[in-house]
Design a protein around this ligand. Structure first.
Ligand SMILES: Nc1ncnc2c1ncn2[C@@H]1O[C@H](COP(=O)(O)OP(=O)(O)OP(=O)(O)O)[C@@H](O)[C@H]1O
Ligand SMILES: [Mg+2]
Length: 458
């Protein structure tokens, strides 16, 4: 290739790619003029400075893609200029090419050591200058593109991470809602099924008991009549009368019958409560007496409230206010009562420990106390408040901060799913527009406060 052809080649290459700006810092007007002409005609935009300070100021105000830097200059030499440019984060990435004397190997090495990307030698060879500049301008452009792509990639990763964590949150919520509705409906189905199965035989027993009671009365009267008119029925009958203790039998039989009646009445009551407890709400709110819900829940938990091997009877203190009917989803509200009361019983069971002293059970926190759950309901003109408080172990702050999170539990595996409070929170806040708060102090006990607005009360 001839000199002219070479120039044309570089010219066309650089024109194609750029309008890059090259800053030339040199104290020699001849060099500046030569480089300015060469670079201009190769299609670069050229800025000229006669000393290092001027160059440093220039890059602060103008976008520069490459710097050609002379080594020996008055005021501040090329190395110092290079050091200052490389120590400023805003200018450290601009490629610097030193211009040195052909023979000066030390200067070349020092320049590269200070962070220059290359050097060109004097006297200048036009093709060499353009070739080196083109390589470094291209590298610079690629680096910038790479940086940009890296930033875009980082941003994309951040966006995707945010999207994924949101999707995870949504998934957790949906899972919770599924579990919640599954729990409500399977409990409802179970109770409805059991109630149905129990109701039929219960019906036979209670209607037959009515007849049985009548027959028993008739038989008792008849036996009494026999005894009046046949006071001496003979040896064998007298013996039998003695063996079966007829006096006691006649007196006790009606009592037996009426206690059986009482029993069946109670079972019927329980079945009715169970049906009420598990009623499926559908999408409709209903106006109900929430004391009914609390009572039914207590009844269902009765077996856990009564004295057990490792704890005495839990005392239930009720301070019920005069509440109006509340528009709510009763089945779901009952589930909240169930969760809160079951948690309190768990805390009390854990809290009272195993030992008893004079009928009192010792808590691990020294004072002997009777396990107790206090349920308090109040109303003002805007909302109904239900407080459920126990004198169990209470919670540490670190536990309290997480109790409404799904799957958070401190109970042994298999005992707690960690969903009770999370579900309750959703039911109260989202379904009823209310609030659920927890006050707890370690060793003293825990109180949950439900507040439900009465915007549509009857
Ligand atoms: N009354 C309470 N006293 C002390 N700690 C409590 C009380 N209520 C809740 N907690 C704490 O909050 C945690 C979460 O309760 P949550 O009802 O959500 O789950 P769980 O009872 O562990 O399991 P489950 O899903 O079966 O109800 C419990 O494991 C317990 O540590
Ligand atoms: Mg629970």
């Amino acid at each position: 290739m001839t000199q002219a052809n070479n120039n044309e080649f570089f010219l066309s290459q650089t024109y194609l790619q750029s309008q890059e700006t090259i800053l030339v810092i040199d104290d020699s007007p001849t060099n500046l003029a030569f480089l300015s002409t060469t670079l201009n005609s190769a299609g670069y935009k050229v800025l000229l400075e006669r000393d290092g300070y001027g160059g440093i100021e220039k890059v602060k105000i103008q976008q520069v893609d490459l710097i050609l830097l002379d080594v020996i200059m008055p005021k501040i030499d090329g190395f110092e200029t290079c050091r200052i440019l490389k120590s400023d984060p805003a200018t450290k990435d601009i490629p610097i090419i030193f211009m040195t004397a052909l023979t000066d190997a030390i200067q070349k090495v020092k320049g590269l050591y200070l962070g220059a990307v290359d050097y060109i030698t004097k006297p200048f060879q036009e093709e060499e200058i353009l070739a080196r500049i083109q390589v470094h301008v291209k590298l610079r452009r690629l680096n910038l593109e790479l940086d940009q792509q890296k930033q875009q990639l980082e941003q994309r990763v951040q966006e995707r991470t945010a999207e994924l964590s949101q999707a995870l949150e949504e998934l957790k919520k949906t899972q919770l809602q599924l579990v919640q509705s599954e729990k409500i409906s399977s409990l409802g189905q179970l109770v409805t099924g059991v109630a149905h199965e129990v109701n039929n035989p219960l019906g036979f027993i209670s209607s037959n008991l009515h007849h049985a009671s009548q027959y028993v009365q008739d038989l008792v009267s008849l036996v009494k009549l026999y005894r009046k008119y046949f006071p001496n029925p003979g040896y064998e009958i007298n013996k039998e009368i003695e063996v079966i203790d007829v006096e006691h039998l006649l007196e006790d039989l009606p009592k037996v019958i009426s206690s059986m009646k009482l029993g069946t009445d109670r079972i019927q009551g329980i079945m009715q409560s169970l049906r009420k407890f598990s009623r499926t709400d559908g999408d409709m709110k209903k106006a109900v007496d929430i004391h009914d819900g609390l009572e039914t829940t207590l009844m269902i938990l009765q077996h856990r409230i009564k004295a057990q091997r490792h704890h005495p009877t839990i005392k239930i203190v009720k301070e019920y206010g005069n509440l109006p009917l509340l528009e709510c989803y009763p089945g779901q509200l009952n589930l909240v009562f169930m969760n809160l009361l079951a948690n309190s019983i768990d805390a009390l069971e854990e809290g009272v420990g195993m030992e008893s002293e004079n009928g009192k059970f010792l808590t691990p926190h020294s004072q002997s106390s009777t396990p107790q759950i206090k349920i308090c309901t109040t109303v003002d003109n805007k909302k109904v408040t239900i407080r459920i408080a126990d004198n169990g172990l209470g919670m540490e702050e670190s536990v309290k901060n997480h109790i409404f999170e799904p799957f958070f539990t401190t109970k042994i595996e298999g005992k707690g799913t960690g969903l009770g409070l999370c579900m309750s929170y959703q039911i109260i806040t989202q379904k009823h527009g209310g609030t659920l708060q927890c006050n707890s102090s370690l060793g003293k006990g825990t109180e949950f406060v439900i507040q439900i607005p009465m915007n549509t009360h009857l």
